[in-house]
Each structure stands twice: as C-alpha cells, then as structure tokens.
Design a protein around this ligand. Structure first.
Ligand code: FAD
Length: 171
C-alpha cells in the first residue's frame, strides 16, 4: 500500500525497477511518486531496508528529507481541506473563479505525476463544486475518497468533513 496505482496506461511497464518505485516521464525514478520504503530499497545501502527506521527518518524534523508520496499526500490533503474549511459560505464570483483556477492548476502541477493524472481524470468525471464552503468541502471529500478507494484505504464519512477540518470533533 502507498505506492501509486498505475496511471491510465500512459507509462511503459518498468523493467528491473524495485517493486513500488514509480518512474517519472523522464524515465528516472520519481521520488514524489514513491513511498520512502521503496525508495530506500532502490538506493540500498543508504538506508538498509528497515521500513520502520526509514519511516522514522522521513518523519523526523532533524532529517528534513524530500517528501515521499505519503508525506507529500498527507500535507497536501491538509492544505486542500484547510482551504475548504476557510472558503466562504457565500463566495463571490471572483472567489469561485479563483478556486476553480486553483484546483485546475493544482491538478497539473502536483509533483507526483501519476497522482496528478488520476486526479485530472477525477476532475473530468466530477467537476469541482465551488458554490459554497459545504459544497466544496463535500466535493473535496469525495475526491479524497476516490484516492482512498484506489489505495485500499477506508472511506471517510463526508458528513463529518467539517468536524475533521474546521470545527473539531463533537464530544
Ligand atoms: P491521507 O489520505 O493523507 O489523509 C490525511 C487525513 O485526512 C486522514 O488522516 C483523515 O483524517 C483525513 N481524511 C481521509 N480521507 C478523507 C476524506 N475523504 N475527506 C476528508 N478527510 C479525509 N498516493 C498514492 O500512493 N497513489 C496515488 O495515486 C495518490 N494520489 C493522490 C492524489 C492527490 C490529489 C493527493 C493530494 C494525494 C495522493 N496520494 C496518492 C497520497 C495519498 O492520498 C495519501 O495522502 C497518502 O497515502 C498518506 O495517507 P494517510 O493514510 O496518511 O492519510
């Protein structure tokens, strides 16, 4: 789990690449598309295959390493859901237009290219809903659940998105 699912058939199947390592469009291993454990396996000797230690290293503030696919994803979801949480209940036309532009550009610039391609596919199937905070929060929750399903993670109850990301949990 954690390794990106292959994107819509656009990449050649990698040869002699350790399991879980995803190649970038340039044919080189894509760090932000790959979990730290898989990355460590392909650079064996740097970190000797100990997943627990690898995770500790990647999460430790003293070792500020470039993010793997999971650290990048977790941080990005935090940003996206926080944008939803602070989006107005009644946005102006300008705010709606800004949010639509942001989501479209984000989907092109996201550093994990396989993730980005799949996210662009999601946008084509289910266009962002930006009419209000709750509308966007629920749409984003659905988009996040689409990735959760792909990765075999549990789905989040979208009726609770605001408790998770804005108000805090009810007692
Ligand atoms: P995350 O999925 O990062 O979630 C963080 C927190 O958000 C959770 O702890 C939970 O409290 C909350 N949460 C969970 N689901 C929801 C929801 N539906 N709505 C609201 N809150 C929720 N990784 C890959 O390996 N392959 C991919 O193709 C891939 N695509 C991605 C596409 C995008 C646009 C993004 C932003 C990330 C993608 N990721 C992908 C990363 C992946 O989604 C996770 O971020 C990563 O696996 C770490 O997962 P996590 O279990 O820490 O929780």
């Amino acid at each position: 789990p954690g390794a990106p699912a292959p994107a819509g058939g656009s990449a050649e199947p990698p040869k002699k690449i350790p399991r879980g390592v995803v190649l970038g469009p340039d044919g080189k291993p894509c760090r932000s598309c790959t979990s730290f454990a898989s990355w460590a396996a392909q650079t064996k000797g740097t970190i000797k295959g100990d997943t627990a230690r690898a995770k500790a290293v990647t999460q430790s503030p003293q070792n500020e390493c470039p993010p793997d696919v999971e650290v990048l994803g977790r941080s990005t979801w935090t940003l996206l859901h926080s944008i939803a949480a602070t989006y107005p209940e009644m946005p102006s036309q300008g705010q709606k237009s800004d949010l639509l532009s942001f989501v479209g550009l984000f989907s092109k610039l996201y550093p994990c290219w396989v993730c980005a391609e799949d996210f662009q596919g999601y946008l084509r199937r289910d266009a962002p809903k930006v009419g209000s905070r709750d509308e966007f929060g629920k749409w984003l929750c659905g988009a996040h659940n689409d990735v959760n399903r792909k990765l075999g993670k549990p789905e989040f109850d979208c009726s609770k998105w605001e408790e998770r990301w804005r108000t805090g949990w009810k007692d």
